[in-house]
Design a protein around this ligand. Sequence first.
Ligand code: NDP
Ligand code: GDR
Length: 335
Amino acid sequence: MKSALITGITGQDGAYLAKLLLNNGYNVFGIMARRSTSTMWRLQFLGIEKEVQLIEGDMTDVSSLVRALQVSKPTEVYNLAAQSFVGTSWDQPITTAHITGVGVLNMLEAIRLTDPSIRFYQASTSEMFGLIQEPMQSETTPFYPRSPYGVAKLYGHWITVNYRESFNMFACSGILFNHESPLRGIEFVTRKVTDAVARIKLGKQSELRLGNIDAKRDWGFAGDYVKAMWLMLQQEKPDDYVVATGKTTTVRDMCQIAFNHVGLNYEDYVVIDPQFYRPAEVDILLGDSSKAQQNLGWEIETSLEQLIHMMVEADLHRVGNEHKEGSASLLHLGA
Ligand code: NDP
Ligand code: GDR
């Protein structure tokens, strides 16, 4: 039986990937950081909280990573843990560098010293492209990150490439563009919008305050994207791949799709609030995933409209049932 260790298993992608690997017959272990309140809601949402084996650890504590490897004895490690919110990376740039950047090195070193035959996936990002120099971004597009998060991720990307080249490790970097789901954190713009749409529709909120709604993103469904992660580690040779839909949409148009779904006009509710502007912005992202499609056989299965409708429906259901649930679970669902 194959065994996998996922860092960031309590996050959006970690939960979907754990479900995929369980379905593929893996023994799934996850590293869970110690928090004062439970972070199990995503695993519970997918009904797999009892099927995964959780090991306490932190990306900044290499001894905990070594211990996790010794306990789980994985054939594959998926490094998804990060301080992943771009906005927070200006408020906590050093924490972000430690977790999102040096944390990758910590895991690579732990693997190299424990069992260098373990296959490694690094969660890299389109944020590394930042200030766009080519109309579509592929594996050969130069990087120019625009946030402390993007800079930290660029370190993680290059140290992954370097360990592959230096130590012949099977290390892959997946350069994933934005991907969303009903399990997306509430601070990210798609989920902030779909949650607000549900609240406005149900009379629990009157307006939605946003920053730069002219920013363009290439948005896909997280459930589709975790398949690409797994496929990368099943190949004969390790490599880097862009994963994206090849379509870009403004935040404004994404709002329109979400509000239209419940018969409302976004212009009646969206208020621009400079508080949500960023010190440096990534204006547009548009990915070319031809290599992943050709080499991995990976395909886009969910359109942006289907994705946003799925998220609005999930939020309508959740907000509509709020009074029946306990306050702790609501907190974790971002209410
Ligand atoms: P989330 O923010 O939902 O999940 C991040 C995970 O990392 C959580 O499980 C979190 O734990 C964990 N974590 C944070 N800090 C630490 C730490 N110090 N030690 C151990 N674990 C920690 O992110 P996503 O699931 O959306 O993304 C997964 C990965 O992919 C991230 O690395 C992200 O940067 C990257 N990525 C995401 C994209 C996207 O559009 N979603 C696109 C490209 C890359 P806890 O729950 O306790 O906070
Ligand atoms: P991003 O996602 O920064 O692309 O990073 P986010 O959803 O936070 O922002 C997308 C765009 O929307 C604009 N925006 C707002 N964003 C937020 N969060 N809140 C607002 O109110 C708001 N108004 C406008 C932003 O300025 C931005 O242009 C995500 C994360 O998952 C990263 O971890 C990942 O690496 C990248 O996607 C690819």
